[in-house]
Design a protein around this ligand. Structure first.
Ligand SMILES: C[S@@+](CC[C@H](N)C(=O)[O-])C[C@H]1O[C@@H](n2cnc3c(N)ncnc32)[C@H](O)[C@@H]1O
Length: 212
């Protein structure tokens, strides 16, 4: 029997091998663009960590805006694509890429002024949330910004179920409420903004938080 973690990894490996995954490969999210621009005006810190960066769309955006991004993902194929995308965009020397796990970050304390997670936390089990929070706290400077985008319960696939998670093609997906986000992060972060995006099929929470 495979662990949930192994199943997730198999899912992402296959997603990148086939190129058939349900998220945008190149176009950055407008929410991330807006929230990064706001962070840029409020902090002089330029080092940014993108957790579960995938093919690097948000690192490319951040580099163009003047950040010094580090993209981290445990899928080496995603990182290879991200590197190629950065080369094509003429941004290769502005972005660092790391094959690594969110739960074993290879960075020193307070290495980053901004941490970004678009679509990684909602693939982690609730039992792993404390480790996830500890990982961010270890690398984000006090006063630094954390930008989070996760599935909301408005996601149609969530359906009228009792439980707030599902396994889809082997991947764990969690659908968050606003209360859960505040409960998980509210003790360590000031939640500056929490906005839900709905398009009739998908639902996302986009949060901007500042480490206390
Ligand atoms: C839904 S994709 C989003 C990719 C990217 N953030 C974007 O917006 O295009 C989630 C990504 O998180 C990565 N991931 C999931 N769990 C991870 C973990 N524990 N450590 C590192 N990367 C992880 C996956 O490999 C995948 O690339």
């Amino acid at each position: 029997m495979r662990s949930a973690c192994e199943q997730n990894r198999r899912y992402f490996r296959r997603a990148y091998e086939t190129g058939c995954h349900g998220w945008q490969a190149s176009e950055p999210s407008a929410y991330v663009a807006t929230n990064l621009a706001a962070a840029l005006t409020s902090t002089v810190e330029r080092r940014l960590l993108d957790l579960g960066c995938g093919e690097g769309r948000h690192c490319l955006l951040a580099a163009r805006m003047g950040f010094l991004p580090v993209g981290l993902d445990y899928e080496s194929m995603a990182i290879r694509r991200a590197q190629a995308n950065a080369r094509r965009a003429g941004l290769a020397d502005r972005i660092q890429w790391v094959v690594g796990d969110v739960f074993a970050l290879p960075f020193g304390p307070g290495s980053f002024g901004v941490v970004l997670d678009y679509g990684c936390l909602h693939h982690q089990r609730k039992s792993d949330w404390p480790r996830y929070l500890a990982a961010i706290m270890a690398v984000l400077k006090p006063g630094g910004y954390f930008l989070l985008s996760v599935f909301s319960t408005a996601f149609r696939a969530y359906g009228p179920q009792e439980r707030s998670w599902q396994l889809a093609h082997g991947a764990y997906r969690r659908f968050f409420t606003a209360e859960e986000i505040r409960w998980l992060f509210g003790r360590r972060f000031e939640v500056l903004q929490l906005e839900e995006e709905r398009d009739g099929v998908r639902g996302f929470w986009h949060a901007v938080m500042r480490r206390e």
